[in-house]
Design a protein around this ligand. Sequence first.
Ligand SMILES: [Zn+2]
Ligand SMILES: [Zn+2]
Length: 295
Amino acid sequence: MDKYIEILTSSFTGYGHYLFQEITQPSWHNYFYWLIGLSLMVWVIEIIIPWVDRGTAFRKDFWLDGFYMIFNFFIFSLVGYNAISDVAVEMFNDVLAWGGMENLVAVEIGSWPVVLQWLTMFVVVDFVQWFIHILLHRIPFLWEFHKLHHSVKEMGFAAHFRFHWMEIVVYKTLQYIPLAMIGFGIQDFFIIHVFTILVGHLNHSNIGWDYGPFKYLLNNPKMHIWHHAKILPYEHRYGANFGQSLSIWDYIFKTAYIPKDGKNIELGFPGDEEYPQGVKKQWLAPFIKSSKSSN
Ligand SMILES: [Zn+2]
Ligand SMILES: [Zn+2]
C-alpha cells in the first residue's frame, strides 16, 4: 500500500514540476509551446482563408473551447489523472505478476528502427481510437459524455479539445491493453503526438480543405464536419467518419459519409437545444442523466 501512495504523491509533484518546466523553459521538445504555436498557426489560416466567412476571428464558444484545450491537455493531468493512472498501471502489473505473467508484450517493437516504431505506434493507436470513438457513439452511457464534443455549433480549431475529461479516462483505459501488447517500445513519440494535434486542429478548423487525393488517407475538415452533422441518414444513425488522424478506417469499414460539400450544414445532435452551456453544467450533465435513468 505504501508503494502505491508513494507513486501517487511522486506523480503529483512530478507532473507539477514538469508543467512548470514546460512553461518556463521553451524548447523544441515542449508540448505547451507546440500547442500554442499550432493553435495560432491554424487560427491565422482560418482568419486569412475562412471556409465560412463569419466576419469575426472569434467564433461562438471560442473562449469556452480555449478553456477546454488548456484544461484537457494540461490541467486534468496535473490535478490527478496522471497520478491515478500511474497507480492503476502499477496495480495492473502487480496483478499480472500475481498471475505469473511478466507483461502483456505480444510483439516487441522496441528493437525496430525508430521510424518504424513511430509508424506502428501511430497506426495502432489511431485504429484503436477509431474503434473507441465508435463505442462513445454506440454505448448510451458513453454517449452522454461524448455529447459535449458534439455540442459544437460552429467549427474552429479549438473545438478539437472540447470534450469531457471522462473521455481521457475512457480512451487511456481502453487503449492500455492493446498498447501494452506492443510493449510501449517507443523511442520518441513526441513528433507523432505533435502531428496528431495538428491534424485534429485542422479537422475542426473553419478551413475548406480535404488534401486532394490524400483525403483517403488523412482525416480532413471536409470529412470531419460530417461527423458533427446534426442530421444523418438512418444507416449512419450512430454517426459517421469516426477517424482521428487517419480516414482509411472509415473507408475500409464503410463508416465514411460525405454526401456533398458540408460548408453550411447544421452542426450538433438531435436535442442539443436542451444541452447546458457552461463548463460546470456540461461536466455534471452525464452524471445527472445516468443517476436519473437508473432510478
Ligand atoms: Zn463523435
Ligand atoms: Zn470532432
